[in-house]
Write a protein that binds this ligand. Sequence first.
Ligand SMILES: Cc1ncc(COP(=O)(O)O)c(C=O)c1O
Ligand SMILES: N[C@@H](CCOP(=O)(O)O)C(=O)O
Length: 466
Amino acid sequence: MRYISTRGQAPILNFSHTLLTGLAEDGGLYIPETWPHLSHNDLRELRKLDYSELAAKIIGLFTGDDIPAPILLDLCKQSYANFNHKAIVPLVQLEHNLFVQELFHGPTLAFKDMAMQLLGRLFDYVLSQREEHITIVGATSGDTGSAAIEAFKDSKYLTVTILHPYGRTSEVQRRQMTTVLSPNINNIAIKGSFDDCQDLVKSMFADMPFRKEMHLSAINSINWGRIAAQIPYYIYAALCLGAPDREISFTVPTGNFGNILAAWTAKKIGLPIRFLGVASNHNDILTRFLLNNDMSIQEVKPSLSPSMDIQISSNFERLLFELLDRDAAQCCQIMQNFRKDGKMNIPEQSWTKATQNFKGMSLNNEETKKAITKIFKDSLYLADPHTAIGIITAQKYLEKDVPMVTVATAHPAKFPDAIKQATGILPPLPLAMADLYERKENYQILPADLQAIENSVRTVAYQNNF
Ligand SMILES: Cc1ncc(COP(=O)(O)O)c(C=O)c1O
Ligand SMILES: N[C@@H](CCOP(=O)(O)O)C(=O)O
């Protein structure tokens, strides 16, 4: 399996190199050169597998010969062994044809664990084979950071610096990151938004001498490894609900567009998905795009669903590349103009193609609170604010004959204030995290200044004998 950049000017890489490279050198995102395909018979065969086995089969389509199949299977088994639900990604039925797939039973209580637990092991495997050390830099609006820190905290092959927007995550999210005191972990709160954090990460990758000196890699969904590991749960849910012999739809609480791009990839490789619902908060650039072909950047406003407080959704570039029939030069031009003008100019026929696959909906804070209350009253289901927006989107587009699944992206206990306001209930943290508020925190607060961040990344790397 080979990977090409959406901007067409970076070396073509195999899976391991793509994993270690993160962002392509031309600023684009790596994507498979050709799509694998699963026939309906192939899909039916997968029904007998448990989640780890299915994950190994699907992810194996993207790792190719790079990771031997028995090793990948073993890594998948290890990754999901410490989840606190036997089904790993259980389905809960809310009403006729409407289901929630809970992706938050991993160690940090968000869907990010699904990919990050495996990525930690894949990085260690690849780096131990090559006897290399690398430096990971990542941006988070709350959940990617905690999942990455949990997954990478014991690695002797890498250091991890995570940038989060100062004061804009929930307290639980911040503490999950900043109370991990391993020497290879570096937490920085940036005075700015998630988009500023993500821009700083991309700027570090664009600084070629720094990138080469530090052997930078990424754990955000700009890294194809993340997307590959997020595809299996869509296939697993669909098979449980009758696919490939019936269609299925999903709604996905969306920010950086990684999770829904994984769902779109599942469709691309053969899963019969009717449509995908993009659920957003008042940072609604994707809804505006789907309704009016208006992809214009507005100021990021804090919300009750902070993990989706994003305007520049990195993975949209992968979809754009496909919508443009893989015209890398045009994709590059559109992306460069987008950053220059703050507005993306997408050809009408490409936009129409997008609207055939995706539907959008956004809720503001008041509507989000009402959604949590209503879902709890109607179905006795406590949905976190992100998932609640996904469920309302699902209800809006529910069709009588097609099962619809909302992916539940976080445990409600990660956002206790919003849940308390909406239902009066304070969801308790699981036992393993019960003392989270007493644990010592360690993080720096820095301005959105590239030089200051690079100095910090370098210091931690060298302190760890990089
Ligand atoms: C709880 C939660 N829901 C939804 C999202 C949005 O997912 P994505 O960035 O893959 O679109 C995130 C962050 O990624 C999240 O942490
Ligand atoms: N919501 C995310 C933002 C980063 O998304 P990623 O999937 O690209 O890592 C977060 O929780 O950090």
